[in-house]
Design a protein around this ligand. Structure first.
Ligand code: HEM
Length: 425
């Protein structure tokens, strides 16, 4: 079975790209873009939409012309409703936003990225396997006796939050605080928050910043073997070639990215993989009987969901992409979720096929210099957790409670909740 995708009837120029229903299920819109205008300037917002796999890669690999200096766009999701009061809360009690990795261009980007990359080398991530196994079992132990669970909050969110909290060197006792902060950042990106919601988000972000500023202070005095201690103590060469320690706003910007970029995305991927397996019993049977298919099943789920469905770019000069002129200063949305269903690369692209040969060619982790820093970790978490999930939660099935609602968000995509029952092994 594959998701039923009804063709879209409206003309492209009639479509509101920030419509919440469209964000929840964008596939028909994406197909129309790919078929009719692979690089399309939305007449209402002026934002260019890039929807073909090849063109997305071309833009993502050309960081000089397509810049990631989109911090301001990211703050209000391009929606232009960010209230002065939220800015004042951040200014008065918080730390200023600085561009470090995601929203920085070279040479600045390179300096921060090479420092943080050291924390996520394949070897370091591979060593985390036993801890991930232990956490997955602990999380399942909390609900297995019930014979049912809500996958997003009881299984999929706790795993990446606990893993990154431990890697940072923060206490997993503060799990609920990390979950709420992480959600606040995700909401901020959504492009759907009202001014009142932005004010509430700002209050949560200030608490997050104050919490981590204190932890960084402690680690500077008593360093241990973790990422917070590295950030607090290591010297790095900045973009002006000055060797120095990082300042608090830089440290906080990095921590924020590690917590946010990794949590919602990995959690959404785990939830979606379980949904796809239940929806497709033939595919479930294949992976249950042959666990060596699990990595490819994960890649195929990442392809179909694309948790980071879109990402911003800003043109630094007059340029062209796919034969379409793009003036300097234009905003673009790279539609990773569309590239991952591009029929020129993926045969029968809406189908969930755990044996698909080229599933891993998806762009769910991006491309070029900003390619996901946490992809090794995220893969390790999912490749490790799924054999345990499939072994311990037998015969998974939906309960009647599900509405299969995807949160509307300009950048991210994922299910709010997923209620399942299972037989305990
Ligand atoms: C399924 C899980 C994940 C998905 C789908 C995902 C997706 C992405 C994508 C598409 C980008 C590129 C953004 C761009 O084009 O500008 C990115 C960048 C990034 N990701 Fe992930 N990510 C995931 C997990 C993680 C994890 C676990 C971490 C951290 C522990 C992480 C940290 C980052 C950071 C820091 C960047 C910015 C890198 C840079 O600009 O150099 N991500 N991610």
């Amino acid at each position: 079975m594959s998701e039923a995708i009804k063709p879209i009837e409206d003309n492209l120029e009639e479509i509101n790209i920030f419509d919440q229903e469209l964000m929840k299920c964008p596939h028909a819109f994406y197909k129309k873009l790919r078929d009719e205008a692979p690089v399309y300037q939305d007449p209402n917002t002026g934002i260019f939409q890039v929807s073909k796999h090849e063109l997305i890669c071309e833009a993502a690999r050309n960081a000089k012309v397509f810049s990631n200096d989109f911090g301001a766009l990211q703050r209000d999701g391009g929606s232009d409703v960010y209230p002065q009061e939220a800015a004042e809360i951040m200014e008065k009690d918080g730390y200023p936003a600085v561009n470090t990795m995601l929203t920085a261009d070279p040479p600045r980007h390179t300096k921060y990225r090479s420092l943080v990359d050291k924390a996520f080398t394949p070897k370091r991530v591979s060593d985390m396997g036993p801890a991930i196994e232990e956490k997955t079992n602990f999380i399942i132990d909390q609900f297995i006796e019930d014979g049912k669970c809500e996958v997003a909050t009881q299984l999929a969110q706790p795993l990446p939050i606990r893993v990154i909290a431990e890697a940072l060197g923060a206490s997993t006792d503060d799990y609920e605080f990390f979950r709420i902060s992480s959600q606040a950042f995700t909401d901020q990106l959504s492009g759907t928050s009202t001014p009142e919601e932005h004010i509430e988000i700002a209050k949560k972000l200030v608490k997050f910043q104050q919490y981590f500023a204190e932890r960084l202070d402690e680690k500077a005095k008593n360093p241990t073997d973790d990422i917070l201690s590295d950030l607090a103590t290591l010297e790095f060469e900045d973009e002006n070639d000055v060797t120095r320690k990082m300042e608090t706003p830089e440290q906080l910007s990095i921590i924020q990215q590690l917590l946010v970029a990794g949590n919602a995305t990995t959690a959404h991927s785990i939830t979606e993989a379980i949904k796809l397996l239940i929806e497709n019993p033939d595919q479930m049977e294949l992976v249950v009987n042959d666990h060596s298919l699990i990595p490819n099943m994960i890649e195929e789920s990442l392809r179909l969901l694309t948790p980071t469905n879109n990402m911003w770019r800003i043109a630094t000069e007059d340029t062209e992409l796919g034969g379409v002129a793009i003036p300097a200063g234009s905003a673009l949305l790279l539609r990773y979720g569309s590239g991952n269903r591009d029929e020129d690369l993926f045969e029968n692209p809406d189908k969930f096929d755990v044996t698909r040969k080229n599933a891993r060619r998806h762009v769910a982790f991006g491309q070029g210099i900003h390619v996901c820093l946490g992809m090794n970790l995220s893969r390790k978490e999912m490749y490790t957790a799924f054999p345990i999930i499939l072994d311990r939660l037998k015969n998974m099935r939906f309960t009647e409670k599900n509405d299969f609602n995807y949160s509307p968000n300009v950048l991210l995509r994922g299910l709010d909740s997923l209620n399942i029952e299972f037989d305990k092994a």
